[in-house]
Design a binder for this molecule. Structure first.
Ligand code: SF4
Ligand code: SF4
Length: 207
């Protein structure tokens, strides 16, 4: 048998009197280090429902589901930690000051069922009163109003939201717009296509 070297003997003696390097998890709770990237978590207060985080996610761990119907339309953003690679791109590209979704220090994320593995956030959607096409999440449109300020009064959909914010109207007028559209429909909740139509049809009648 080969004799141990001096260095190995020294390491063996030091390890006898020093604390173990590894943690006693799960007997003792593990404390992640400062910049640890754990499970991302939506903040429903801050998130505006734009869907940018889902677009930039390289693992497609965030799904965006738009449910459009007459009773009320909504967008559901769902994060699946079983697919997530904890890269942090969602947080870095979040338009809501990087706080609509944030990586937490949560690392103990083993689940028995897929349903337990996801968490979601819901947003009200606005759809075109003319053709029923999606316009966007209401909170995202409010975010846009804050960005462009008074310029938002020149756009029909944003004008309607402004009126609600300023309490000129108790709520947004979502009444269906009958086709063919006319110039007054320019100021309703309509998509860009219908807004163009409302102007063009009006001009064509005059000429
Ligand atoms: S951390 Fe990366 S992989 Fe996970 S949801 Fe965010 S962008 Fe997607
Ligand atoms: S506000 Fe941030 S978290 Fe919410 S959908 Fe947009 S990018 Fe994602």
């Amino acid at each position: 048998m080969r004799k141990p070297k001096i260095r190995e003997l020294k390491e063996a003696i030091i390890s006898l009197v020093s604390r173990p390097y590894t943690a006693k998890f799960p007997a003792e709770a593990h404390v992640p280090f400062e910049r640890f990237r754990g499970k991302p978590q939506f903040n429903p207060e801050k998130c505006v429902g734009c869907g940018a985080c889902a677009i930039v996610c390289p693992a497609e761990a965030i799904k965006v589901e738009d449910i459009i119907n007459k009773e009320g339309s909504k967008r559901i953003l769902t994060h699946y930690s079983g697919i997530c690679i904890f890269c942090g791109q969602c947080e870095a590209n979040c338009i809501a000051d990087k706080s609509g979704i944030k990586l937490t220090k949560e690392f103990d994320i083993a689940y028995f069922k897929q349903e337990e593995d996801c968490h979601c956030v819901e947003h009200e959607l606005l759809v075109c009163s003319g053709c029923g096409k999606l316009i966007g999440a209401k909170k995202h449109l409010i975010w846009t109003i804050k960005k462009i300020g008074h310029l938002s009064f020149a756009q029909g959909t944003l004008l309607n939201i402004n009126q609600e914010i300023l309490e000129v109207k108790s709520e947004i007028d979502r009444k269906e717009v009958k086709k063919p559209l006319n110039r007054t429909d320019f100021f309703k909740i309509v998509c860009p296509q219908c807004r163009r139509e409302s102007l063009l049809i009006d001009e064509s009648i005059k000429s």
